[in-house]
Design a protein around this ligand. Structure first.
Ligand code: CMP
Length: 139
């Protein structure tokens, strides 16, 4: 799977704003296919575990609270060069720096509440996909 999959979450801010459909439309229009998808809510324990790499960062508490405050859409996406292409599609972490036409430019509110997650490497894409999905949920 490595090299052609990435993992994404449509975060609570984008779900609350009613942008699930708009964001999925952009993802499919960019040539990604959906290998797995679920509408779910992270407990604060699960959110903390998912973002454990950021544990020492000053924004960790805020991040965990945000990511567990409401439902998300989690998905595994497939495309050649998935990680890099998806990061291009979503734009910079900070929406103020995101390029025109990117998901974050259109739908993110701030660096913290930035609408979507995208894996940062092929290795993390596989780890994150397995964190959220069982083998029987991936097609
Ligand atoms: P994401 O790409 O999901 O990975 C880590 C997340 O931490 C990031 O998106 C943001 O939601 C959040 N984050 C990164 N930098 C900051 C910051 N300076 N302040 C608050 N949250 C941040």
């Amino acid at each position: 799977m490595a090299g052609n999959i990435t993992f994404t979450m449509i975060k609570p801010d984008a779900v609350e704003a009613g942008n699930i459909g708009n964001i999925l439309q952009m993802i499919e229009a960019d040539g990604f296919t959906i290998k797995a998808m679920k509408y779910t809510k992270l407990s604060s324990e699960k959110a903390g575990e998912f973002y454990a790499i950021h544990k020492e960062r000053p924004f960790y508490g805020e991040l965990v609270e945000f990511m567990s405050r409401g439902p998300i859409v989690a998905a595994i996406l497939e495309k050649d060069n998935a990680v890099e292409d998806f990061r291009k599609l979503i734009g910079s972490t900070n929406p103020e720096e995101a390029a025109e036409g990117t998901v974050r430019k259109k739908y993110a509110k701030s660096i913290g509440e930035n609408a979507v997650h995208g894996s940062d490497s092929d290795e993390n894409a596989v780890i994150e996909a397995n964190f959220h999905f069982a083998g029987t949920e991936i097609f």
